[in-house]
Structure formats: C-alpha cells, structure tokens
Design a protein around this ligand. Structure first.
Ligand code: SF4
Length: 120
C-alpha cells in the first residue's frame, strides 16, 4: 500500500530579493519559468506521489501564473484525485481555513476539473 504524502513544490523565483530574505531563490525575469515547470512535471511523473496535499512555496509561486500551476497539479497521480472537500479538509488539518466553495473557486480559476471528472 502506497502511503499518502504531502508534496511541497518550492518555486524559487522573485522579481527582486528583499533585503531581509534568506529563502533559496533567484531574481527572475521569467525566462527560466517554462524550463522549471517542465522539470517539476517530469519529477512528479517519475515519483508518482499519492499526494494528500500539494503546497506551493517560494519565492513567489504566483509569478508562474495559473497555467503552470495547473500543469503541475495535472502531473499528479490521477487515479486518486482529491475532491474539493478533501482538499479543504487537508488544508484545515494544516491550519488553513478554506471553505469547499473557495477551493472550488480557485480550482475553477485554474481551469481544473472537479475530481469526479479528473479520475482516470
Ligand atoms: S520570498 Fe518573499 S521575502 Fe523573499 S525575496 Fe521573495 S517576496 Fe521577498
């Protein structure tokens, strides 16, 4: 039986490093973003994690825009897609309060289908 895991994706890009920042990152003009996302997708496909949670940190993950983040989510094991409620429950367990409807709204903004339509 494969154990469920929490997946952390570090997006190491910021436009400019803040003077007090000690995070691992590079100042980015966007030229490396596509290559970075391609490599992350390859790693996810190779590892096939049974992910209970998917967390993006940085850096500034929003610099990648919604489309690359969607690509990363779609690179996960699609035999166990999480419902909006499961995502909300997992976030709540980590101390992040998001209603199921808010999770659905973000998923819709990312143009990601509901779990029942993502299952393969
Ligand atoms: S990670 Fe945050 S604190 Fe660090 S450079 Fe980027 S915006 Fe500034």
């Amino acid at each position: 039986m494969t154990q469920e895991v929490g997946v952390y994706i570090h997006v190491p890009f910021c436009r400019k490093r803040c003077p007090y920042c000690a995070f691992v990152l590079i100042e980015s003009d966007g030229s490396l973003h596509d290559r970075f996302v391609d490599k992350i997708c390859r790693e996810i496909r190779a590892a096939k994690p049974k992910a209970r949670t998917l967390y993006f940190g940085g850096g500034t993950p929003s610099m990648l825009g919604a489309a690359p983040i969607r690509r990363m989510i779609e690179a996960e094991d699609s035999s166990h897609p999480l419902s909006d409620q499961e995502i909300a429950d997992a976030l709540a367990a980590d101390g992040v309060a998001l209603a199921r409807r808010t999770v659905a709204k973000y998923r819709d903004e990312l143009q990601i289908l509901p779990a029942r339509l993502r299952h393969r």
